[in-house]
Every structure is written in C-alpha cells, then in structure tokens.
Design a protein around this ligand. Structure first.
Ligand SMILES: [Mg+2]
Length: 369
C-alpha cells in the first residue's frame, strides 16, 4: 500500500490533508490550525517529499523518516505539517480495519465527558459566569474552564482584580457540585503562582493550567510541589526530551499534549504512554472545533490514563468564524458528553463547499506518471 498523493486544502486557519494510495485508499487528516496556509507549504516541501512512495500502513516509520530527514528543522511547523499526514494515515488505517480510530486504539465507548472551555479573557467575570450558566443548562456540562491572569503576563492581571473576582463568581454562580478549572497561560512567577494557587484551592478549583511560562519547567515543578491542586501543562510542547523531563521531574500533575502540535496521533501516543508509566493522567489540549477536537475525542476515549474529560471550546462562529462547516456530522453534546461515532476512521465527511473555497496544492509520487 504505497502512498501516491498528498493534497492540501487550506486557508489561513485550517489545512486539511488528503492522502491516497496505489490500492485506492483515501484518508483525511488535518494540520495544526492557525497560519495553516504556511503549514500547507511545509506539508509539500518537507513532509510529502519523504513520505510519497512509503508504505501507508507503517505510520510509525513514516513519522520517524520525516523527523530524521528534516532533523535540522525540528520545530513547531514541521510537527504541525506532519500531523496532517499522520492523521490522514490513521483515517486510512481505521477504514481498512473497518473500525473507528478510537476502536483501533482500544476504545469502546460511544460518548465521552467534555469540559466547557472558554478562550476569552477580555470577557468580564459577570459575562463569563452568565454564559457558562446558560451552557450548563443547555448541554449539561459539569466541568468548566475559564481564564485567569494575563497571557505571558509577568504577574500583572488582565485588569486589576479580575482573577479574584472571576474565581469567586464562577463558584457562586455555577455551584459547588461542578468541576472548575483555570488556565493562566504562562502568566505568573512561581511566587505569585503559588499565592494565586492557594486562593484557587480555597474555592475548590481542581485544575491549574500553565501557571508559569511553560518553558520554565522548574518553575512549574515548584508550583506543583507547593500546592495540592493539580498543576497541568504541556500544550505547546513537541520535543520528547522536554516531555521526559517534565514527567520525570513531575513538573506537572497532568500532561496536556495537543495532537496537532505534537505531529499527530503516533507521537501523542508516545507521550501518553510515558505519562502512564509515571502514573500521570493525560488530558489533551484541543482548543477549537476543527478536527483537532475530533482526534482528541477518539484518543481520550481509548487510552488507559485518560483524564476525566476532553477539552471542548465553547467559542462559536462569532469568535472563530473559520470553524464553520468544515466537516459533517458536527459535534453533538448532551448531558455533558460528546458522542463518538463508530464509523471507520474518523467517521466524518469533509464538506465539498468548504473544499471548493480552500487553496489547493498536490504532490504526487513518481509512479503516477
Ligand atoms: Mg491552555
């Protein structure tokens, strides 16, 4: 089963990848969102050139070949591009086996809990609490994540007092029975992170994401050592040496790889396995409603050390208009859980109207000519 073509359909935000083989297989994947038009170029220039002609069934060898042949370019763009091909190959693997990707990975459930994830910190505490409350009633969410601090904020809040106000208000409005989670997006020094963490503990927050600049692993470890609350992180990381260090030193209590930033399912499975060996749960990062969340649902529903819920963005088309009508069927949330199809592969169809509006590029194996 030789890979004969790799095509991309892209715009500034999303790049979908279609892989075909000499035996008539067709798989769909997605590169990492944002600057996806640039990433699509990488798919052709630095991934397809190595992958065309390889055996589509050996995804692990394909991943390794790309990383080794592009060893001078290991970094986010290479992994963002690799994800497009990796996830398309997992689609083919599933279709060939007649199983969903989740079932291939050992999963057997038809739905999985999600948490309602806010992407906004310009929003006032009152507005955030009101929209979360409405979503709780509409979709039955039992877990909610909101933003505190300022992104890479050097201990300065988004505006004075916002963090203290939103934490207190969310608990008051949503009640004591829900899971509340916060994301500081690299906002604090260790000292400030610990001080804020004590306040979070008082309000029963159970997930404290990226309190310190994420590249300062030792700072995160100081925070997780000082607090009982789960310190979490890793969404941006793609280097296995960094993951090993993060896990070995217990810089975080929960790892949060992002399938698209990692380069696909294959490398994310390696991180989840490393965490499992250390007794650490894995709660993937999936912060928008493109295919990354679908990949994450399949993955989380299957792995043994999955965290309690999949991240599900609550931002709609007013905030992220580019998420619209990429594939069908769309996500369905009910009772705080997202449903999971048992159709082969990813179980979705790409919308032809979306494809027609995207920029198209193709790379072919020489055997085609
Ligand atoms: Mg985050």
């Amino acid at each position: 089963m030789i890979i004969t073509s790799i095509e991309t359909f892209s715009n500034e935000y999303v790049a979908l990848v279609r892989v075909r083989t000499d035996e008539g297989d067709e798989g769909w994947g997605q590169a990492s969102p944002y600057n996806a038009d640039i990433t699509a170029q990488l798919v052709h220039r630095q991934v397809a050139c190595h992958v065309l002609g390889m055996d589509a069934s050996n995804i692990e060898a394909i991943t390794q070949a790309v990383i080794e042949r592009e060893h001078k370019f290991q970094g986010t763009y290479l992994y963002r591009a690799l994800c497009g091909v990796d996830t398309a190959l997992w689609d083919i693997r599933g279709k060939r086996a007649g199983k969903s990707v989740s079932a291939l990975l050992g999963g057997s459930v038809s739905s999985f809990p999600v948490y309602a994830s806010s992407m906004q910190r310009g929003i006032t505490p009152q507005q955030e609490a009101e929209r979360m409350l409405a979503l709780k009633e509409q979709f039955g969410y039992r877990s909610f994540k909101f933003r505190i601090a300022r992104e890479c904020g050097h201990d300065i809040d988004q505006w004075p007092g916002r963090t203290e106000e939103i934490v207190a208000l969310m608990r008051k409005k949503l009640g004591d029975e829900v899971n509340l989670m916060v994301d500081a997006n690299s906002g604090y020094s260790p000292e400030k992170a610990i001080e804020v963490g004590r306040m979070l503990t008082d309000y029963g927050i159970n997930h404290y994401e990226e309190p310190c600049p994420y590249w300062e692993l030792d700072w995160s470890r100081q925070v997780s050592d000082a607090l009982d609350i789960d310190v979490t992180g890793g969404e941006q990381d793609n280097n296995m040496i960094v993951w090993k260090q993060m896990i070995d030193t217990r810089a975080v209590d929960i790892v949060q790889p992002d399938i698209c930033y990692m380069g696909g399912i294959t490398r994310t499975l390696q991180v989840a396995e490393m965490a499992k060996q250390a007794g650490i749960p894995c709660t993937l990062h999936s912060a928008n409603l493109s295919l990354v969340t679908l990949f994450s649902i399949h993955f989380m529903a299957a792995i043994e050390n999955a965290g309690k819920y999949v991240e599900f963005s609550i931002e709609g088309l007013d905030y992220y208009p580019w998420q619209d009508r990429i594939f069908t069927p769309g996500y369905k949330i009910s009772g705080g859980e997202v449903s999971l199809s048992d159709k082969p592969g990813w179980g979705v169809e790409i919308n032809p109207e979306w494809m027609a509006l995207a920029d198209y590029q193709a790379s072919y194996h020489a055997s085609r000519f």
